[in-house]
Design a binder for this molecule. Structure first.
Ligand code: HEM
Length: 201
């Protein structure tokens, strides 16, 4: 068992799954894109047997970590024909992000060449909690795929529940993580249980 610390509550979830020893780039490209609309995101999760509820719940993992500028800078500059920046983003937050991610042209070597990034959760980037959802209510979702959870009628209700009741999110997150952890598990003598999750043994 593994201790999952969330919103100050300890949860025990199963630890260790048999995983492959190689990574194939083409398989990783089936990951959802941050520019997907709600139907595309839903479809992507459904392909792995995950529901819309799982999708909203697991997106709360963006309560920690960071994204490179190139994954969201389209929202800051030349967004579309009528808006320079994404109107679903809080203007003050957008101004802050622009200080972290200059436009491609003024960034020598391009954003791809520099590991410029911003926290996925503006308020508590190093703590697994429901601030990610509270951030969405303030239009501080970093990725379009984050903010869209609040702007889409089919997902906004649950996102708002999570913004209000961190303990409900924490409890559901545990269940959805366990569900996600059972996708494509190798069995028998195939693969291995990694001692360190980011490296093969
Ligand atoms: C809803 C669909 C999702 C999309 C479109 C998405 C997209 C992204 C993107 C674009 C990044 C930044 C990657 C980079 O700059 O290299 C990211 C980071 C991250 N994602 Fe997701 N993601 C999704 C769902 C999830 C799920 C289900 C989890 C886990 C349960 C997750 C956990 C994370 C974490 C922890 C990071 C930060 C990584 C770090 O700081 O190194 N994401 N995601």
């Amino acid at each position: 068992m593994y201790k999952l610390l969330s919103a100050g509550i300890n949860y025990a979830v199963p630890a260790g799954r048999r995983d492959g020893r190689i990574s194939i780039k083409e398989e990783a490209s089936r990951l959802p894109s941050p520019t997907f609309n709600i139907e595309q995101l839903t479809q992507n999760f459904a392909e792995r047997g995950l529901s819309k509820t799982d999708m909203v719940t697991l997106s709360g993992a963006h309560s920690i970590g960071a994204a490179r500028c190139l994954t969201f800078s389209n929202r800051l500059y030349s967004f579309n024909a009528t808006h320079n920046q994404d109107p679903s983003m809080n203007p003050k937050y957008a101004a802050y992000l622009k200080t972290k991610c200059p436009p491609l042209t003024s960034n020598v070597g391009g954003q791809n060449a520099q590991p410029l990034e911003a926290a996925l959760d503006f308020t508590t980037p190093n703590r697994l909690d429901n601030q990610y959802y509270i951030g969405l209510t303030k239009h501080q979702g970093l990725l379009s795929s984050d903010q869209i959870l609040l702007s889409s009628p089919s997902t906004s209700k649950l996102a708002l529940v999570y913004a209000k009741y961190g303990s409900i999110w924490a409890s559901n997150f545990k269940k959805s993580m366990v569900k996600m952890g059972s996708i494509g598990v190798l069995t028998g003598s195939q693969g291995e249980i990694r001692r360190q999750c980011s490296f093969v043994n």
